[in-house]
Design a protein around this ligand. Sequence first.
Ligand code: 13P
Ligand code: SF4
Length: 297
Amino acid sequence: MKKKIKHLLKQRKAIMLAHNYQPPEIQDLADLCGDSLELSIKASETDAEVIVFCGVHFMAETASILSPDKTVLLPRQDAGCPMADMITPDGLKEKIGQLSLMPVVTYVNSPASVKAMSTICCTSANAVAVVNSLDAKEIMMVPDRNLSHYAALQTGRRIHIWNGYCPVHDRLTVTDVQNVKHEHPEALFMAHPECRPEVLELADAVLSTSGMLRFPGKSKNRSFIVGTETGLLYSLKKTNPDVDFYPASEKMVCPDMKRITLDDVARSLEFMEGEVRVEEHTRRPALKAVKRMLDLS
Ligand code: 13P
Ligand code: SF4
């Protein structure tokens, strides 16, 4: 199957991008494995004709927003993101109507139609820098309440928070973390900013998934508790073979990130199945918000 996929990738002049949470066999085959920011940058720079995106729907949409001349394939159409589904353009319009005029910062984990209504996008890697880049006293940030709360704390800005969340990260409790800390008192705790505020208070470092991959290389510590989706442990161990990693909770599994199989990738490439395309009237305003973020990064 791996040989077949490699052959199809060549034949289609395609690049295979995979998020850090993807299953090991997908990560191993990908041309680039990364966090949302790195994958967006790669999607905007590649000269491949086809991008086969192993991640979830909003990521493939972002690739299509950035590269409308390329065919973007999502090998499983049912790979969505529950947090992205917690906001709609109508809901945002209503909220904007209730408040005075202010910039809207939209986490990339959102539908293209919501990005199209936004001032600027952000990812978990650059949310604080994005908020700091805005010259406004009040900001609206959607859809992740935990990331927004974290950005407000870090920047001291007044942020109006949308009540969305990632069910995988929001599930992690203080007790879960304390239990693992008790078992491994020497380990540093790395947490993703999608975790709850009280969990982030316990963290030694708050990082995106790729930030977590780099952090052990910058630290003298040789053991870490990992507060994000457990798929990251595979690449953490691969990148840092002499370091010990412990999941903050075994419950942190994103079923959407686990849907794509090698069979799906092969079928998608063979029959050009699962194309994701954003309509021009949505793509153009969404591109402005995504580009503004990329220019900052
Ligand atoms: P990253 O920005 O670290 O890639 O995280 C994306 C995501 O979906 C986290 O749940
Ligand atoms: Fe969405 Fe959370 Fe899964 Fe990331 S881990 S894709 S935010 S549900």
